[in-house]
Design a protein around this ligand. Structure first.
Ligand code: KG4
Ligand code: ZN
Length: 326
């Protein structure tokens, strides 16, 4: 039985997962204190983790119907993420591991998103191509087996979720914009406006800055009255451009690798039109439940099943790595 802790951003998460990939608890405490700022405030996130982490761990154990006596290993997100936020989860995991003399397994957050689909009931096994698209990250990976995760492409500027949120904001929608944009777009015509998808740019990297700028200029050119009258069309067209940007790269990755299995993760995977578009690519597609797509600790446990544990001095000196570090 693995106890996993994840605090890389603004969700305080703990999970209990067994070696067969069955989830006994997956507790996610969303801080809900950042919306007013239009984005996550690192210092506030770290403080909120301090207040909640022990409670969330206790909640996970209670939900799983076990005590620490039943736990064999402790897993924790080591990075990438906000360093102050990561430290809270890492210190909590270390403390539990040292006190109970349990092995500690450091896990890369991105590997968590990639391998979330390996948990039951999906139990989607490699080889597969993984698309992870969230507010913090956007990338494609080739997963030959749980130990071999090769990043094929990323983003040259914003993550897909950021592009969603920034566009939604320009359209006057609240943060985080994804669900609002999708709802507004449902009443609009996705072909009403032509936004760039970078389909002609070769390779597997995405870029969203041109798209965002294009929306900004379009809003300016239309003027307030027209924008108000055509908000749904604007939302639908903008959303379509994001979906196309991702889908074109996914299609290329499937072709390049010759793998016809696709796993999708990250908050943007909740998007209906994206799911439909990817389902039409002809590959076997696995998209975990929303609770496993967004940040959670069960996905950290999913990875921990395949990673070595550290003990003794190595366990005590384990450090977190932030964004852009490794
Ligand atoms: O994985 P996630 O919950 O958090 C992190 O970024 O770590 O992803 C959040 C992102 C936000 O940018 C949000 O706007 C986007 O996922 N999102 C969506 C939808 N629901 C959430 N984007 C498009 N359509 C949605 N239905
Ligand atoms: Zn994440």
């Amino acid at each position: 039985m693995i106890l996993a802790i994840e605090t890389s951003c603004d969700d305080t998460c703990a999970a209990v997962v067994d070696d067969d990939g069955r989830t006994h608890a997956n507790v996610i405490s969303s801080q809900g204190i950042h919306d007013a700022y239009g984005g996550v405030v690192p210092e506030l996130a770290a403080r909120a983790h301090v207040e909640r982490c022990d409670l969330v761990v206790a909640d996970a154990l209670r939900t799983a119907g076990v005590t620490l006596d039943a736990i064999d290993r402790v897993a924790v997100t080591r990075g990438p993420g906000l360093v102050g936020a990561l430290l809270v989860g890492l210190q909590t995991a270390k403390a539990i591991a040292v006190a109970r003399d349990l092995p500690l397994i450091p896990v890369d957050h991105l590997h968590g998103h990639v391998l979330a689909c390996t948990l039951q009931p999906l139990s989607f096994e490699p080889p597969f191509v993984a698309l992870v698209a969230s507010g913090g990250h956007s990338f494609l990976a080739r997963v030959e087996d749980p130990d071999t995760i090769e990043v094929l492409g990323g983003t040259l500027d914003d993550a897909a979720g950021e592009a969603v949120d920034k566009g939604a904001r320009l359209l006057g929608l609240p943060y985080p914009g994804g669900p609002h944009l999708e709802r507004l777009a449902a009443d609009g015509d996705p072909t009403a406006f032509a936004f760039p998808t970078g389909a002609k740019v070769r390779g597997l990297d995405c870029s969203f800055s041109g798209l965002k700028t294009s929306l900004l200029y379009r809003l300016r050119d239309l003027g307030e009255e027209q924008v108000a009258a055509r908000r749904a069309d604007l939302a639908a067209s903008y959303q379509r451009a994001i979906v196309e940007t991702l889908a074109v790269r996914v299609e290329r990755a499937l072709e390049l690798t010759g793998i016809d299995r696709l796993a999708v993760g990250g908050g943007v995977a909740a998007n209906g039109p994206l799911r439909e578009r990817l389902a039409g690519l002809g590959a076997a597609v696995a998209i975990p439940d929303r609770a496993l797509c967004t940040d959670n600790a069960a996905m950290i446990a999913a990875v921990a099943r395949f990673r070595p544990a550290v003990d003794g001095d190595e366990r005590a000196s384990l450090e977190a790595y932030g964004n852009g570090q490794r």
